[in-house]
Structures are given as structure tokens and as C-alpha cells.
Design a protein around this ligand. Structure first.
Ligand SMILES: NC(=O)C1=CN([C@@H]2O[C@H](COP(=O)(O)OP(=O)(O)OC[C@H]3O[C@@H](n4cnc5c(N)ncnc54)[C@H](O)[C@@H]3O)[C@@H](O)[C@H]2O)C=CC1
Ligand SMILES: O=C(O)CCC(=O)C(=O)O
Length: 395
């Protein structure tokens, strides 16, 4: 099942549970706008190269559309469409005043030089600058992009519209980025996990964690979980996987990974097959690599069957990873107010938002007799549907 089919299936199930009007249901699935642009740039060797860029703006009933821009060779319109739709439900679950969007360029960022990446980002921005904006659509980093990418977008956009720091989030702090944004998604994963464990009378301390992916989200989650007393016993990335039942030394792994561009060769545990990681014995499994690892075909059936048999609870991604977009919202608010928060305030507010999103999700589980995934979807879809109706969608 592809990403769009899986996302739409969850939406339809939520719409049914909520008893949504069929016309409203249909209209909520249709994206507001789908943009596709050719981005042609001179390469460093003087040849020309062309890349396809996408921005799907799914829904703006609750506010400006919001979502990351990813650079990845597998970016395709269906996937971007699904991710844009997920952003709509995610911002509603987090109860931040945004709709949903997502973008991407089909390229392998690792094969491009910094100046090629800059040229590509500037050309992409030139092509979409009239369709994004502080109160229209606010991009952010995603896989393969980072704070520097946002700085280039901000600079290029500002050439057309005047200096506009709030047009992107996830910027460098020197350009109005928020303190705490870098760690926000990993920290949000920690807070959401804490809220779930607390329901069962447990805390992070003493639990065994397995983490798939050691990039921004996985590495911050690993550091913060370790600080909170949790034991990270296995981690993988695209280069390999390591296991140590006494707990992996995360600071040492961070250093190794930075110096060797990955986990492979780390001597602080046993090297294991990365595919065995998802079924490793543990208390909490955090998938923080590519999307769809537990949603795709056979792997999905295999993992879900094993997890269900073991009575495992699944914290849905639109709740668990909403910390990133929540702190993006704080960044946007700070830019608009022209007032910078200290990091303690950012983290404190993030905890409040994550804990509230978990509590509201549980309330939907209780009122609609469903699991956490459907609890989050019904919560998000219901908030967007209410806003849509209030704005007079049939007019
Ligand atoms: N960074 C953010 O603020 C947010 C990220 N996410 C999602 O979280 C996930 C991770 O994002 P980031 O950490 O930002 O990306 P990243 O690019 O920094 O890290 C991705 C990690 O996954 C690893 N990886 C890739 N393929 C793998 C495989 N087959 N097996 C094991 N590891 C593999 C990579 O080696 C890398 O360590 C993505 O799905 C992203 O869309 C969601 C919300 C916000
Ligand atoms: O920080 C943001 O605005 C976007 C984050 C994002 O793309 C995501 O949550 O998947």
C-alpha cells in the first residue's frame, strides 16, 4: 500500500467514526493546490541539470499551510500529497493554528555540492515564491534539508517580498530561528512517550528503547531518553545497526557517527542486521528513519501481527512527531512578535502542547472506542471539519 492510500484509508476510517457528511468528507481529501516545477541549474562542472520540485498545499481551514520540504531521490507527487494531508491532521492534533502542506525536490542531496544545493534551492524558491508566505504557506526543513536550506529560501523570498523571517521555520538561530527547534521533534517523542508510559504507571527511567534512524529525530530522542534514565539498547541507521543490552553510550555514538558518517564500525556494542531491529525485544520501539517502514506491504503485516500479539501500543506518528511543527509554530510566533523566547520556555511550552495532544487523543479513544491511531485521526479530522463548516464550505 502506498503512502497516499494508507493515509487516505486512515482518514476515511476516522470520517466514518465521526459520522462526517459524505460531501464534506470528499472535499477534505482534495488538496487545495498541487504545484510542480522544473528547477534547472548549472552544475559546478558547467553542465545543466534539471530537478522536479513539488509543493502540495492540502488544507488551510485552520490557518496558513505548514510543512517541510524534503530533498530525496524518491520524492514523488503521491508521497508529497500524502505527507501534506498528514500535516493537516498533525497540526490539528497539536492544536496549532495551521493547515497542512509538504514539498520536495527529487534529488540526492549527498551527490550535490553546497553551491549546487544553494542554486537549486534558490531556483525552487523563485518558482514558488508567489504561492508561499507568512499567512499562506510556511515551509520548514525535512529529510535532506536543514537550517541552511531555510536561510537560502528566506533570502530568495525576501528579494521579492522584503525581509520576511516568518516565511520559513527551522532557520538558523542567527536569522530568527527558535532555540530548541533542532531538538524539538526528538524532545516531543520523549514527552509523548512519557505521557503514554505514565498511563501505565511507568516512567522513562529503566525502560529499554530501540531506535531506528540516527539522524535529527533519532539522535535527539536517544540523547534525551538517556538523560531521562532510559536505556537505549539498539540503534540503526542507513549504514548499519548496533546492539548493547547494557545500554549504548550515546555521546560516544554521536562522535563516531559524525566522524564516520554513520553507525557502521561503532565498537560500543555488537553489530547486528538492521532489519532485525524492528523485532528486537524492548519496551519502546521508536521508528525514526524513513516514513512507511511499518506501513509497507509485507513488512506492515509482519510487524503489525507480531506487535498485536504482544499487546503493543502504537503511538501514531501524527502525534508522536508533532513536536517539530509545534516548535516551528513557536518560531513563527516569535518572528511575528519580534520577541525571542529562551530555550527553557520553548521546552516547557512544548511539553504542555505534547501532553495536551496526548490527553485529547485519549479522550477521542474513549468517546469513539478506538485505538490511539484512530484517536489521533478522529481528533485531527474533527477539528479541521469543524473549522471548514464554520467558515461556510458549501457557500
Ligand atoms: N526532523 C523533523 O523535525 C521531523 C522529522 N519527521 C520524520 O522523522 C523521520 C526522520 O527524520 P530526520 O531525523 O529529520 O531525518 P534525517 O535525515 O536527519 O535522519 C534519517 C535517519 O534515518 C536513517 N535511515 C535511512 N534509511 C534507513 C533504513 N532503511 N534503516 C535504518 N535507518 C535508516 C538515516 O541513516 C538517518 O540516520 C522522517 O521520516 C521525517 O519525515 C517528522 C516530523 C518532524
Ligand atoms: O516544522 C515544520 O513546520 C514541518 C515539520 C514537518 O514537515 C513534519 O512535521 O512532518
Amino acid at each position: 500500500m502506498n503512502a497516499l492510500a494508507a493515509t487516505s484509508r486512515n482518514f476515511k476510517q476516522a470520517a466514518k467514526l465521526l459520522g462526517l457528511d459524505s460531501k464534506l468528507e470528499k472535499s477534505l481529501l482534495i488538496p487545495f493546490r498541487e504545484i510542480k516545477v522544473e528547477c534547472t541549474i548549472p552544475k559546478d562542472d558547467g553542465t545543466l541539470a534539471s530537478y522536479v520540485g513539488f509543493r502540495v498545499q492540502h488544507d488551510n481551514a485552520r490557518g496558513p499551510m505548514k510543512g517541510g520540504i524534503r530533498y530525496h531521490h524518491e520524492v514523488d507527487p503521491d508521497e508529497v500529497n500524502a505527507l501534506a494531508q498528514l500535516m493537516t491532521w498533525k497540526t490539528a492534533v497539536a492544536n496549532i493554528p495551521y493547515g497542512g502542506a509538504k514539498g520536495g525536490i527529487g534529488c540526492s542531496p549527498g551527490d550535490l555540492s553546497i553551491s549546487e544545493l544553494e542554486r537549486l534551492t534558490r531556483v525552487f524558491t523563485q518558482k514558488i515564491h508567489d504561492l508561499i508566505g507568512i499567512h499562506t504557506d510556511v515551509p520548514a526543513p525535512d529529510m535532506g534539508t536543514n537550517a541552511q536550506t531555510m536561510a537560502w529560501i528566506l533570502d530568495e523570498y525576501s528579494k521579492f517580498h522584503g525581509y520576511s523571517p516568518a516565511v520559513v521555520t527551522g532557520k538558523p538561530v542567527d536569522l530568527g530561528g527558535s532555540l530548541g527547534r533542532d531538538a524539538a521533534t526528538g524532545r516531543g517523542v520523549l514527552f509523548a512517550t512519557e505521557a503514554l508510559l505514565a498511563e501505565h504507571g511507568k516512567g522513562i527511567a529503566g525502560q529499554r528503547f530501540v531506535i531506528q534512524g540516527f539522524g535529527n529525530v533519532g539522535s535527539w530522542a536517544a540523547q534525551l531518553i538517556t538523560e531521562a534514565g532510559g536505556k537505549v539498547i539498539a540503534i540503526s541507521d542507513v549504514t548499519g545497526a548496533v546492539k548493547n543490552s547494557n545500554g549504548i553510550d550515546i555521546a560516544k555514538l554521536m562522535k563516531h557517527s559524525a566522524e564516520n558518517r554513520g553507525i557502521k564500525g561503532f565498537d560500543g556494542g555488537d553489530a547486528v542486521d538492521p532489519t532485525s531491529l524492528l523485532t528486537e525485544e524492548c519496551d519502546v520501539l521508536i521508528p525514526a528513519a524513513l516514513g512507511g517502514v511499518i506501513n509497507n506491504g509485507e513488512m506492515h503485516m509482519f510487524v503489525v501481527q507480531i506487535l498485536a500479539k504482544k499487546g503493543v501500543l502504537i503511538l501514531p506518528d501524527i502525534l508522536a512527531n508533532s513536536g517539530g511543527v509545534t516548535v516551528s509554530y513557536f518560531e513563527w510566533v516569535q518572528n511575528i512578535q519580534g520577541f525571542m523566547w529562551d530555550e527553557e520556555k520553548v521546552n516547557r511550552e512544548l511539553k504542555t502542547y505534547m501532553t495536551r495532544a496526548f490527553r485529547d487523543t485519549k479522550e477521542m479513544c474513549r468517546s469513539h472506542h478506538c485505538d490511539l491511531r484512530m484517536g489521533a485521526f478522529t481528533l485531527g479530522v474533527n477539528r479541521v471539519a469543524r473549522a471548514t463548516v464554520l467558515r461556510g464550505w458549501e457557500a
